[in-house]
Design a protein around this ligand. Structure first.
Ligand SMILES: C[S@@+](CC[C@H](N)C(=O)[O-])C[C@H]1O[C@@H](n2cnc3c(N)ncnc32)[C@H](O)[C@@H]1O
Length: 231
């Protein structure tokens, strides 16, 4: 499975949209929101934030709730169906929703203090748009602004890796097939996790596309990591 076109990735998520949140809760054993909060804590105070690949808006919402400064948050995604689930979720606070592509951001240069993103970085590699998307992210950031990407990674510790491997081959497909039936994109998911290169390679792509520094910080035993670039 090489170079999946961006449109196909958007269509795949649209098909998953109605049950996407539930799948996230189950498949992360309820940890997904804690992981998103790590992004919110990492960014701290920011006035204008872009959530790239916002999907159903969960990170964008955590951002608005979690900050006493009530930042202006824009949630951008390829999939209108994902945005619609977020839009009709009944929250009293909400981000500005934008349908768009990460590698062609419809925003002026330097407008955001921070760009954040959860579970999207892998998709940018699979779609072959990692470099153009990061160039765009750095363009829309102010000088000194930071991009904080959260994503699933492969744990380094052999025992955690072993347990994680068993979980991925047993419970994960069970949740996936149970919720999505034959729409379950199991092959895509495992391909996308393998497609994310080692952190030094990811860092090189950041540094070659407008960022002055890069750091990768593993969390939760390396099951997830933060990828942090400063413009
Ligand atoms: C795994 S979901 C993550 C959704 C959300 N960030 C969350 O925390 O649950 C990945 C999302 O990224 C979006 N996406 C993938 N590639 C994209 C791109 N090039 N531009 C914009 N959105 C993209 C997909 O449509 C999908 O909604």
């Amino acid at each position: 499975m090489n170079g999946v076109p961006t449109e196909a990735i958007g269509q795949m998520f649209s098909a998953l949209a109605p049950r996407y949140r539930l799948f996230n809760r189950w498949s992360s054993l309820g940890l997904d929101d804690r992981w998103r909060r790590c992004v919110v804590n990492e960014v701290g105070a920011a006035r204008r934030v872009l959530d790239l690949g916002t999907g159903t808006g969960d990170l964008a919402l955590r951002f608005i709730e979690g900050s006493i400064h009530r930042p202006f948050v824009v949630g951008l995604d390829l999939s209108l169906a994902m945005l619609d689930v977020g839009r009709t979720g009944g929250e009293s606070i909400f981000p500005a929703w934008v349908q768009g592509n990460g590698n062609q951001l419809p925003f002026i240069t330097g407008v955001f203090n921070s760009v954040v993103s959860a579970f999207v970085l892998r998709n940018l590699f699979v779609g072959g748009v990692m470099a153009p998307a990061l160039r765009e992210v750095s363009r829309v950031l102010e000088v000194g602004g930071r991009a904080v990407f959260l994503d699933l990674t492969r744990p380094r510790n052999i025992f955690i890796r072993w347990g994680h491997g068993i979980y991925s081959r047993t419970l994960l497909p069970l949740f996936g097939r149970g919720l999505f039936g034959n729409k379950w994109p199991g092959a895509y998911l495992s391909h996308s996790i393998r497609a994310l290169p080692p952190s030094d390679v990811v860092g090189r792509v950041f540094l070659d596309n407008g960022f002055s520094s890069f750091e990768c910080r593993p969390l939760w035993g390396g099951i997830v990591s933060l990828f942090i670039g400063k413009k």
